[in-house]
Design a protein around this ligand. Sequence first.
Ligand code: DX5
Ligand code: ZN
Length: 246
Amino acid sequence: APAPIIAPSILSADFAALGAACSKTISDGADWLHVDIMDGHFVPNITFGAPIVAKIRSHVERPQTAYGKGTFDCHMMISEPKKWVKDFQKAGCDNYCFHYEAAIDSTAAENPEEVTDKKTSPKEMIAYIHSLNMRAGIAIKPKTPVDVLWEILDNHNKDEVPDMVLVMTVEPGFGGQSFMADMMPKVKALRERFPNLNIEVDGGLSEKTIDQAANAGANVIVAGSAVFGAKSPADAISKLREGVEK
Ligand code: DX5
Ligand code: ZN
């Protein structure tokens, strides 16, 4: 599997002092910052948008390489992922990770002519994100089967293939929920087929659950409450890393 990447979710950081919290998290040993964008529509909660991302970007050095330290991993829990790609690119986002459920191809629907809410297909989304020089991630909610991803990952047109898959291990919307161990077969199935893929898990990750995620094959670990709620966030980050390395 690719190298372990620890991506603390700043959803659990102090929003009134976000810039300082972000730069501290990087000096505490984080590789990426996981930035949760919620629109109150795709999920029942609202966080913040591109203007805030641009502000915190000025507190964290841009990564030197693709996927390097300081990568802003934006998890877009929003209904119209296409609409915000440019704004987030301008704000300094490095990975734009949209939800599969928000980008289902309307032409593939049972009755395409009845689909009024025309969505952009995953492969169109990915190509568009790549055209703006960002990495593209695709996320699936707990109730979405992993099988929907095979066709997207097996595509021979590299521009349309995601750089990362995010398997949600809680229902998206809130920090501090319990890890859903029954999502691990999805991670295993992905790892078996794609040995070099970045596979991210998000929700309920901690010292207690990291082994399950790592054994299944996840290498990108998101953790909000386990990092920001810890006495020593630096220790929490290194324990998560050890959990993936061993
Ligand atoms: C949930 C978010 C997560 C959240 C994880 O919708 O996508 O990134 O911050 O929080 P913890 O690690 O506390 O479960
Ligand atoms: Zn997230």
